[in-house]
Design a protein around this ligand. Structure first.
Ligand SMILES: *Cc1c(COP(=O)(O)O)cnc(C)c1O
Length: 367
């Protein structure tokens, strides 16, 4: 590795130290650390305003938000999803005693292939859980049509898609529920954290109970709820980071465009282009290594690593390639192929343009 500086695939956004200290001072004034504190309420209001949505509930992480989305919709039986995702999506289904059924993805944008959903529907199917992978937007109109026709619920795993708009509005406007992750590695973080956005006003109370042991009031407990509350330190981080989000997305856009410019003519590298009608959050920069490129994905991964550049095989392996889910129904050859070829490159707001040039030079010269 010699003298090369190490570059990681991401670098968590942090506010100015002083901003955060000012915000958490409040916690020492009140001695209120969690359970719907003042900062929790402030962050919830700020995110609702940012997304322009009516119903939003915060959680301690995205995964528990997703598990609770499944519970609040009372899903059972089988749920159609894709294996080309972070394992959290599949686990959230399985941990609710529901059988995941795997649908293949599109070659172009890696989201669920809507032409293959209907063949997977049985009398046990209760929902579709598609993923807005890398912030690429699923074919939300067609998914809505299918869901209506077969009376299915739709939960979007929007973990990658905070700040993404489709046709001028947040993508959280689609489906019954959308889950966002605010994990440290995501575009917007609350250290760990997550949220659900939903259409049905009655879910607000139910989700509040579900994330706090099912406790309605001091003497009545009405659900077998768990604990998934966001605390005041997380909320303070969110309040500070949200102020910087639009600026950070602009910086990411410049990096994204620089990569596109430098890599667009490299033979055998398939790039990810922003879809029509989509305002992206530029969360990830995935490249897919085709046969015409002389190195394999794993070769390129190792070459870059040997120079101190840490990319990520994201997503590899896919959910139905691991033992836990390999017997689940659904053929997904495209997901498997992409998973063997994909690499996400470093992208974060303060990534130096010189570093991008260095990364792209290695990819071009293959040495
Ligand atoms: C990050 C992520 C999750 C889980 O979110 P956490 O906040 O880490 O619990 C779920 N699905 C996808 C696609 C993710 O990338």
């Amino acid at each position: 590795m010699k003298n090369d500086k190490k570059i990681f695939v991401t670098r968590s956004a942090l506010p100015e130290f002083k901003d955060y200290c000012d915000k958490i001072k409040n916690i020492w004034d009140n001695h209120w650390l969690t359970n719907n504190g003042i900062l929790h309420e402030e962050l919830e209001a700020n995110i609702k305003k940012y997304l322009n949505v009516n119903n939003l509930t915060l959680f301690t992480n995205g995964h528990l938000a997703l598990e609770n989305a499944i519970r609040v919709l009372n899903l059972s039986g089988e749920v159609i999803t894709t294996p080309f995702t972070f394992i959290s999506t599949t686990h959230a289904i399985a941990r609710n005693n529901i059988t995941p059924v795997f649908c293949d993805i599109n070659y172009d944008d890696y989201t669920i292939d809507v032409t293959k959903i209907e063949d997977l529907i049985t009398d046990k199917t209760t929902a579709i859980i598609p993923v807005h992978v890398y912030g690429n937007v699923c074919n939300v109109e067609e998914i809505e049509r299918i869901a209506k026709k077969y009376n299915l619920k739709v939960i979007y795993d929007s973990a990658h898609a905070f700040g993404v708009d489709y046709k001028g509005k947040t993508i959280a406007n689609y489906g019954d529920v959308s889950m966002f992750s605010f994990h440290a590695t995501k575009v917007f973080n609350t250290i760990e954290g997550g949220a659900l956005v939903y259409k049905d006003n009655s879910f607000k109370k139910k989700l509040d109970y579900l994330k706090n042991f099912g406790i309605e009031d001091e003497e009545s407990i009405i659900f077998t709820g768990g604990n998934a509350k966001m605390n005041e330190f997380q909320a303070a981080m969110g309040i500070c980071n949200l102020k910087e989000l639009d600026n950070n997305i602009k910086l990411r856009e410049q990096i994204y465009n620089k990569y596109l410019e430098l890599l667009k003519d490299v033979k055998g590298i398939k790039l990810n282009y922003i879809q029509e009608h989509v305002k992206s959050n530029y969360a990830y920069f995935p490249i897919v290594i085709l046969d015409e490129y002389e190195l394999t994905r794993n070769d390129l991964f190792e070459l870059l690593e040997s120079k101190g550049i840490f990319t990520r095989k994201y997503f590899y392996p896919i959910s139905n390639e691991i033992d836990l889910y390999k017997n689940c129904k659904g053929e997904t050859p495209i997901a498997k192929d992409i998973s063997n070829r994909v690499l996400t490159l470093p992208i974060y707001p303060d990534l130096d343009l010189k570093d991008i040039e260095r990364i792209c030079k290695i990819i071009k010269e293959k040495k």
